[in-house]
Design a binder for this molecule. Structure first.
Ligand code: FAD
Length: 245
């Protein structure tokens, strides 16, 4: 007799994970693309001749918003985050490719988001001019407890429906947006900069944005990895107010 495997127990997380799984991205890709304008097919030889000039050229391209040289590179991230983060993420249409795990072809795993103690819980101010302040211990306790209760109940119901023969694509409707999902997201430096300009807050930003903290956490992790691959481009992005070229 075969035993039925025990249903997975719900687990709760507060973090986002971003793994750079594949890349072809360097500052020389930008220089090579830009110099084709003036050096034609000789542009590759020009790359390492004069580092200061290279830095200056990248800064000029960023400042004057000559964007296309920043597109000749590719970064693929594997991202794990709640559905409500992906919902915001997928609004970024240009220069992005996505593939996300399916809730139709496999049973969704019970991993759910609960904010940690550092997450500012209380919103103050008027639309367009909000600020977030820390919550009290009671507010944190209420948030964690309520979320865990609802997540457990929702997943129990999901499993009950699956066990009764209801299709995964129908049963998943009972699961909340705090459920974790995973996806591959591929972009280039230009589309990533546009994303970062909107989805992170930064003291060097010329046009401040007010993203939800959880998508900002994903953005910060992507930026950290991208900055190591393209340090001159990253520095020029910051120096020019974090406005994508
Ligand atoms: C803080 C914040 C709050 C937000 N709040 C809301 C909200 O309340 N409701 C809501 O629906 N969305 C909201 N959004 C999403 C926002 O409106 C954008 O959809 C999202 O930021 C993607 O930006 P984008 O269109 O510039 O990016 P992409 O889709 O990647 O486009 C990049 C650029 O390409 C050009 N482009 C792309 N498509 C077109 C087009 N069809 N026509 C002309 N030009 C185009 C534009 O120049 C655009 O900036 C919010 C975003 C942020 C950052």
């Amino acid at each position: 007799m075969t035993e039925t495997p025990a249903p997975p127990a719900p687990s709760f997380r507060s973090d986002m994970t971003v793994e750079l799984v594949k890349h072809s991205a360097s500052d020389t890709d930008v220089l090579w693309a830009a110099r084709v304008s003036t050096a034609g097919e000789q542009s590759l030889d020009e790359l390492n001749k004069d580092p200061e000039r290279s830095k200056g050229l990248i800064n000029f391209l960023m400042r004057d918003r000559h964007g296309s040289p920043f597109e000749h590179n590719s970064l693929t991230f594997f991202i794990s985050a709640p559905l409500f983060v992906f919902r915001e993420f997928h609004r970024h249409r240009v220069g992005w490719s996505y593939n996300e795990e399916s809730g139709r072809y496999r049973q969704l795993q019970p991993v759910f988001y609960v904010p940690d103690a550092d997450r500012k819980l209380v919103q103050q101010g008027r639309p367009g001019k909000y600020e977030f302040v820390p919550g009290t211990e009671e507010q944190h306790e209420l948030t964690s407890r309520s979320m865990a209760d609802v997540y457990r109940k929702a997943y129990e119901t999901y499993e009950e429906m699956l066990a009764a023969g209801v299709a995964r694509e129908v049963a998943r409707a009972v699961l909340p947006v705090g459920l974790y999902s995973s996806m591959y997201a591929t972009c280039n430096a230009r589309s990533l900069m546009h994303f970062l300009g909107l989805r992170t807050q930064h003291e060097q930003a010329r046009v401040p944005s007010f993203p939800q903290r959880e998508i900002e956490m994903v953005g910060e992790l992507m930026e950290e990895q991208w900055a190591k691959l393209m340090p001159l481009t990253h520095a020029a992005f910051n120096a020019n107010g974090r406005v994508a070229p």
